[in-house]
Design a protein around this ligand. Structure first.
Ligand code: MLT
Length: 248
């Protein structure tokens, strides 16, 4: 399978995300928040690239039907209901509501991938479910790592490398881009002791030092929420099959 990794959201040209399967990755924390909110009963998540988009969407909705969530600089945005900690999104908070989410990098990456035929949301909480869907689709794959304001982030790149390792059965094909080869090589060099490698990342350390250590532990739990969030009609949802899996 041909696969291409963009190691930051900013490095994705618009034209790159047309007919392929795209996986947007933001381990810390936007994708982990989305997976969690959907598993706790959110009706859908609308990822927006900035606050103006969020306000515009909210202005057309019944105030009891949505939550505004997101962060700037890691902290909840003023006047928003919730921040970007997945642990805030309990069943009581999100059930039956649409989450309009704006984050510094993660929702920007999703916005970049929105024109893909299939845009999936991936993080360690659901990574093997994403692997399964990508392999079943059998299409060219684009992975968009959110990164940090145009800089590479270790946890997203390791997650991309993990995904590549699985879809390629451990052996990269010829002709892949350098960024793609680097993501694979990074994962390959740290596959034993991955948890320790993840904790070396600057964003993981920053979050832990600012009181978000529980978020970091949570976001590094492999396959704790094995669902497949998918972008459809401007929002990220779980399809009926996914919903019945989590209800069972
Ligand atoms: C982002 O989109 O930049 C992140 O999810 C930041 C965060 O940890 O809140």
């Amino acid at each position: 399978m041909h696969a291409e990794v963009f190691i930051t959201a900013q490095s994705v040209p618009e034209k790159e995300t047309g007919t392929q399967v795209v996986v947007a990755i933001d381990v810390l924390r936007a994708c982990s928040t989305i997976v969690t909110a959907l598993c706790r009963g959110a009706r859908g998540v609308v990822p927006v690239p900035d606050l103006d988009h969020a306000a515009k969407i909210a202005s057309n909705l019944d105030p009891s039907s949505y939550l505004l969530g997101g962060e700037r600089g890691g902290y909840r945005i003023d006047q928003y209901h919730c921040g970007n900690s997945p642990l805030e999104y309990t069943r009581e908070v999100v059930r039956g509501r649409t989450l309009i989410l704006s984050t510094t990098n993660g929702t920007v990456a999703m916005h970049k991938g929105r024109k893909a035929e299939r845009l999936l949301v991936g993080c360690f909480l659901n990574i093997d479910r994403v692997v399964e869907a990508v392999c079943a689709a059998g299409r060219d794959l684009i992975i968009i790592c959110s990164g940090q304001q145009g800089q590479v982030s270790l946890e997203d790149t390791l997650c991309a490398g993990y995904l590549l390792d699985k879809v390629w059965n451990g052996a990269p094909p010829a002709g892949v881009s350098d960024a793609t080869r680097m993501a694979f090589a990074l994962y390959d060099s740290r596959r034993h002791g991955l948890d320790a490698a993840l904790r070396e990342g600057a964003h993981a350390q920053w979050l832990a030092s600012r009181g978000f250590a529980e978020d970091v532990d949570y976001c590094f739990r492999f396959n704790a929420l094995p669902v497949l969030p998918r972008y459809r009609d401007n929002r990220i949802v779980l399809d009926k099959k996914e919903l019945s899996r989590i209800a069972a």
